[in-house]
Each structure stands twice: as C-alpha cells, then as structure tokens.
Write a protein that binds this ligand. Structure first.
Ligand SMILES: Cc1ncc(COP(=O)(O)O)c(C=O)c1O
Length: 402
C-alpha cells in the first residue's frame, strides 16, 4: 500500500502516531553496506530503540552501539550475541559494569572506569577484553584535540596503555566518536584518515587490536535544499586508507556507527488538527501531541528565538537546523494560508512551526512531520502533561502494519 494511504488509514482511529517504514530503513542500510563492504556497522540504539526497528537493522548484520545497560538488554532481546554489543557511555555505575561485563563488550570511558572493570573481572577470576574510548588529539576540522567529557585524552590513554599492569583486563579495541551529522564527504574522509593513524599507534602499544570503532558522523540531509552526503565519494576515499591500514593489520575489524542515517528519513510523525483560531489577526492551528511527543521541531523554534546563530555548535541531537522538518498534509486543492502550528500543551513554547504556508487546515485534518525516524519518540518528554502517548507503528517491507 502506498505510504499516504497507510497514513490515512492509521489516522482513522488515532489522533497522533509514529510510522516507521521498513522498506526505507532497509534501503538506507543497504546503501551503507554496499558502499562500505569491508566495514562492520553498529546501530546506535539511542536514536530509535523500537524493537521492530532494531530487529530490522540487526537482521542486516549490524551490531549494536549501546549507550546504557538497558540498551545492552534491548540488543540481547533482539537476538544479538554479546560480542556484537558494544557498550560505550560516560559515567557508568558499578551496577552497569556488573550487569554488562559478560553480556557486552565494555568500552571504558575513563581510567577510573578501567580500574573498576579490572576489579569486577578479578572478582570473577576472569580476563575481560575491553575497548577504550579515546578523545584524540584532533577534531573533524583541526589537528588539535579539545577537552571533552567523553573518553580518555589520547596522551593519557597512551601512557596508561604503555604502563598498564592490570592482569584481568586486556585492551583489544579503541572507540572514538567526535561529531554527528556531517554532510561533507571530504571532512569525513579526512577524519577517517586521522583515525587510521591513531589506530596504528594503538596497534603498536597494545600489541594488536581486534577492532577500531570510528564512531558516527555520517549525516542526513534534513532540509529540502540540503545536498545529501556523497556516500560513494566518501567510500572511495575511505577504501584507499582502509587498504593501506589492512596491509599492516589484516586482522583488525574496522567499525562505523550510525543511528540517524539508518532510520531518520524512514520515520513519520503524524498528528491531527484539534482546533483552529484567529487571534488578533494571527491564525493558529492546534495539533495533538507536539512538543511532548516530537520535541525537535519545537526546539528548533526555540533556538530561532533565542540564538543569533542558525547552526549553533554542539547541539546534536537536540537541534540540527531551523528547517530540518517538513510539515505536509494530505489536503489538496484548497487555498494556502499563513499559519502557526501549535500544540495542545499548556505552554506557549509548544510551537511546531511559526508563520508557515499550509493549505487551509480544518479540525480532523492530518499533518505529517518528516525525519521522525531518529531522535524523535526516543528524545521527547512524553510524560509532560500526562497526555496519551502516540503509538509507534511499523510498516513491514511486505506492507503489513504492526
Ligand atoms: C558514541 C555515539 N555513537 C554514535 C552516535 C549516533 O550518531 P548518529 O545518529 O548521528 O549516527 C552517537 C550519537 O549521539 C554517539 O554518541
């Protein structure tokens, strides 16, 4: 069934819902796999932990980038073995370590955490392979590192690895993630190049690595006028660096993480007009479950009001750009008007889009918000105001609704 018909059908009995389209997810995943055949991919569960979505992605051979003990559990429930679940997050508790030490590959985020994993392994009389997250002495656009709450500074990590006397842990991998949502193939390619040089250093210090996890960075074109990332050009630059690295280290797996690229564009948030009013000359269309159910469009409006910049740095995944979401309707053949799409919450910050052109909407009409597959349901304050949560629906590749 065509997507528009599915949305209309689902809206007959629901005022707001998410729809995830398996076909679209599979296309994105296939695009990555075919361009990077030598790479292993990890799906970043945090962006959309819906069990049907993660099963779909894992079914294509992806491992898991888990950001909590809860996500390690979700990955297991979806059928992944422990060695394909990489648990990387700052500030892990002792309970987090105890729970995941044998059910995932722990990526230690600090030197203190390495000590705590050592203690947990010693208590069990085991030798545990761990990865370490590194804050390298470079960024995407500079050859100098910067302070970060994530990982261990490269210089400290080198010194630690050279002098490590712990007998119950072995450092067998490195992980770096510096930035999300990069759309320049050249910038990403230069980052991968620096990553291969970093990996070579740790290969030597650690006496061989099992894996190098390059993190994410692969971006999605959100706004209609945005040029998509040129994946094939990126892949060809990546391949030449990879071949060079592999000639020296043939047994080291190279991994890339991705959340949004796999799922962002295959998710839709659908809501309905509850009311409309004209107040002192301004037309408001009031929708069901907005800020509370899909926070990012409302945050974009807030950023527009309070920030002088159109792309303030370091705000992913809360804020991408002002025009990252399109507001569509199935209404055809009616005149357009300028409206403000607001929600049904008791806060004036609950604005999805201010002063946009839309076909004239009446009570009961459908509004579809795009790019709702990642950081949407998972990143919204659904408890606020005790509203009914929108259902998350999954359209299988065979057209069945789950
Ligand atoms: C460590 C790590 N890896 C991967 C991702 C996923 O990023 P994206 O959804 O942009 O692919 C994130 C996002 O916050 C992250 O923190």
């Amino acid at each position: 069934m065509e997507l528009k018909k599915v949305i209309s059908k689902c809206a007959e009995t629901r005022d707001s819902f998410y729809l995830y389209d398996e076909k679209g997810i599979l296309e994105s995943v296939e695009n990555l796999k075919s361009n990077f055949p030598e790479t292993e991919f990890l799906y970043s569960i945090k962006c959309n932990p819906d069990p049907r979505v993660i099963r779909c992605v894992f079914g294509e051979g992806f491992g898991a980038d888990a950001a909590s003990a809860g996500e390690v559990r979700l990955a297991h429930e979806a059928g992944l073995p422990s060695e394909k679940i990489f648990y990387s997050a700052p500030g892990k508790s002792d309970n987090d370590i105890e729970e995941t030490i044998t059910s995932s590959v722990i990526i230690a985020d600090s030197i203190d955490e390495i000590g705590r994993v050592q203690a947990a392994a010693e208590k069990r009389g085991m030798i545990i392979n761990i990865g370490i997250r590194i804050d390298p002495d470079f960024t995407f656009d500079s050859d100098k590192g910067r302070p970060s709450k994530f990982g261990i500074d490269e210089e400290q990590a080198i010194e630690f690895a050279q002098n490590c006397h712990y007998s119950n842990i072995k450092i067998t991998g490195i992980h770096v993630h510096l930035k999300s949502q990069e759309l320049s193939a050249d910038v990403l390619a230069s980052y991968y190049k620096k990553m291969f040089r970093l990996a070579e250093k740790f290969e030597k210090i650690c006496g061989g690595l099992e894996y190098v996890n390059m993190g994410s960075g692969i971006g999605v074109n959100y706004a209609e006028n945005e040029e998509p990332l040129n994946i094939s050009s990126l892949a060809s630059d990546f391949r030449s660096e990879f071949e060079r690295f592999r000639s020296s280290y043939p047994d080291t797996k190279v991994m890339i993480e991705t959340g949004r690229y796999a799922v962002c564009r295959s998710g839709y948030y659908v809501t309905k007009v509850m009311d409309r009013k004209v107040s002192r000359g301004k037309t408001y269309v009031l929708l069901k479950n907005t800020l509370n159910a899909f926070m990012r469009p409302s945050l974009a409006e807030l950023v527009r009001h309070y920030s002088g910049e159109s792309s303030p740095a370091g705000t992913e995944p809360l804020f991408t750009s002002e025009d990252a979401f399109q507001f569509l309707t199935l209404k055809e053949g009616v005149p357009e008007e300028t409206v403000t799409l607001a929600g049904n919450l008791c806060t004036a910050a609950d604005v999805f889009a201010a002063d946009i052109r839309m076909p004239k909407l009446e009570r009961g009409d459908i509004v579809i918000v795009t790019n709702a597959g990642s950081y949407a349901a998972a990143l919204s304050p659904m408890q606020f105001s005790s509203q009914e949560k929108p259902e998350e629906l999954f359209l299988t590749k065979d057209g069945k609704l789950q």
